[in-house]
Design a protein around this ligand. Structure first.
Ligand SMILES: *Cc1c(COP(=O)(O)O)cnc(C)c1O
Length: 365
């Protein structure tokens, strides 16, 4: 049996004819940027997160940059984030001229609130709380620290669409939520796309201008800003695919539960606290025999990945950053032990069983 890490072709099988019909309709209409499809998607997305507003943008990295800029964060400011995330959680900070400061994570791969407190200075303006793997970060503790030190809380929810903490959706757990709709995310366009959620009308109105050059009308520019809009075609496809999200999430959770039951005594598996609802963007196990297991799975046709083999603070691009030179023992230790198993909804039960049996055989033979 051959099991790829992801199968995006399969994901679109059911909706393919609807998508093609929609693209054809949009081609005739000539409506390519923003417009009704984008508005409709923003409404659906805000309803999902139960936020007042959602603003479609070009990608998740722009979403993070615009979110920070909406609070006036820039040169001379510091923003605290996790070193084990996808690199955009930190590059976005540096790209707006601010400085990324890292705080180590806990066993759950999410930022450790007590480490955040140690990194706060008089320059700190915000915390980027990443919900890595689709499991929500400890938002009670993070919001408490933010309140105490008067900081903004930005959720990097790129991996956590539909996840919940205390029954509240990600994107509605801090001051502003940032999502990527990149092809590999749980809800995905067929190219780059992103969206920002907020309950603040002023921020919402600023974002509407900020995603389109800072223009307040057709001809008047209020401030220099990015060109970062959601394409009508991507929004239209997202509107079609959005209907599957709940079922996809349920299937991801079903596969995760199977893994947890069947291999939990051989490897460290993710857990879910009672107040959490994880969406398993990735299913990451930990074992000291990671490299051998990864090779063994490959020999048996199973593709697995490492998210991420190089931490952000270890990247060449971060070499000049003072905080990158510090030690992040939990992140460093996890890097040698983490392995991501396929967990996409299109996996058949037979494939999941085969992955489980192969892992069991590795540990018992
Ligand atoms: C994917 C991702 C991003 C970046 O999103 P893009 O749409 O690729 O720009 C940011 N943060 C995290 C945690 C991600 O997984």
């Amino acid at each position: 049996m051959k099991i790829p890490y992801i199968n995006l072709g399969l994901q679109h099988q059911k909706d393919k004819s609807d998508i093609l019909a929609k693209i054809s309709e949009l081609l005739d209409s000539g409506m390519f940027i923003l417009g009704d499809e984008v508005r409709q998607f923003e409404e659906s997305f805000a309803a999902l997160c139960q936020t007042k507003y959602a603003v479609g943008v070009a990608n998740g990295t722009d979403a993070l940059m615009l979110a920070m800029k909406s609070f006036g964060i820039g040169k001379g400011d510091e923003v605290i984030t996790a070193p084990n995330s996808y690199l955009a959680s930190a590059s976005s900070i540096e790209l707006i001229g601010a400085t990324a400061v890292f705080a180590d994570v806990r066993a759950d791969f999410n930022i450790d609130p007590s480490e955040i407190e140690k990194k706060i200075t008089n320059k700190t303006k915000a915390i980027i709380a990443v919900h890595l793997t689709g499991r929500p970060a400890d938002m009670d503790a993070i919001n408490k620290i933010a309140k105490k030190h008067n900081l903004h809380v930005i959720e990097d929810s790129a991996q956590a669409v539909g996840a919940k903490f205390n029954g509240i959706s990600t994107g509605n757990l801090g001051d502003i939520g940032c999502f990527s709709l990149h092809p590999l995310k749980n809800l995905a366009a067929i190219g780059d796309a992103g969206i920002i959620t907020t309950n603040d009308k002023k921020i919402y109105e600023w974002l509407l201008k900020a995603r389109t050059h800072g223009m307040k009308s057709r001809d008047e520019c209020e401030f220099w800003s990015l060109n970062s809009r959601l394409d009508a075609i991507q929004a239209a496809i997202l509107n079609i695919k959005f209907k599957n999200l709940e079922a996809w999430t349920i299937r991801r959770r079903e596969i995760a539960e199977k893994y947890i039951k069947a291999i939990g005594h051989f490897v460290q598996v993710p857990i879910e606290n009672e107040n959490e609802y994880s969406v398993y963007h990735t299913f990451i196990i930990q074992t000291k025999q990671r490299d051998d297991l990864m090779n063994y799975l490959a020999e048996h046709g199973i593709d697995s990945k490492i998210h991420y083999p190089i931490a952000i603070h270890q990247q060449e691009a971060a070499a000049y950053n003072k905080s990158a030179k510090e030690n992040y023992p939990i992140t460093n230790q996890q890097i040698s032990q983490i392995l991501t198993l396929p967990v996409y909804p299109e996996l058949s039960d037979e494939q999941v069983d085969y992955i489980i049996e192969t892992i069991q055989r590795f540990f018992t033979q």
